[in-house]
Ligand binder design. Structure first.
Ligand SMILES: [Zn+2]
Ligand SMILES: [Zn+2]
Length: 147
């Protein structure tokens, strides 16, 4: 699958690696590709299974280490929702999450009203607020459609 998009993606990933000082490897590239294609905020094990389809020789350990590197350089975010397992988010821009309590899928959404809502007056007593993030829990669209 050597499309225009693949080429563009490769070039962008190369640039990211150069600017972060990460060595570009085929395995890293494939892990990053899987992350970008994922819409469900996969766990390390999910990512491992998906990358294995393209790179059968990859080890789970490599996936763990690569995810830690990506996180360190701000390419992805690590999140915890319903499970104890960490989940990985390639969307590093500001957004909120809907967590499905049935299938545990995490869906991104934006809610600018919430982003701009004034903080409660007692917020100053809690500490210094730097960011806000909302986690909604419910049943996702896919699960609703399945009944
Ligand atoms: Zn669901
Ligand atoms: Zn997200």
């Amino acid at each position: 699958m050597e499309t225009k998009d693949t080429k563009k993606f490769l070039e962008e990933f190369k640039k990211i690696c150069e600017s972060c000082g990460i060595k570009l490897t085929y395995q890293r590239l494939e892990i990053y590709r899987v992350l970008l294609e994922a819409k469900d905020h996969p766990s390390a094990e999910d990512i491992f299974a998906r990358v294995q389809e393209r790179v059968p020789t990859i080890s789970l350990d490599t996936v763990y280490r690569t995810l830690a590197t990506f996180e360190k350089f701000g390419l992805i975010c690590k999140i915890y929702a319903l499970d104890e397992k960490a989940r990985f988010d390639p969307n590093v821009s500001h957004h909120h999450h809907l967590v499905c309590t049935k299938c545990h899928k995490i869906t991104d959404f934006e809610w600018q009203e919430v982003d701009h809502l004034p903080l409660p007056s007692q917020a100053r007593q809690w500490g210094e607020i730097k960011d806000r993030y909302l986690e909604l829990r419910g049943i996702c669209k896919d699960c609703l459609e399945k009944g």
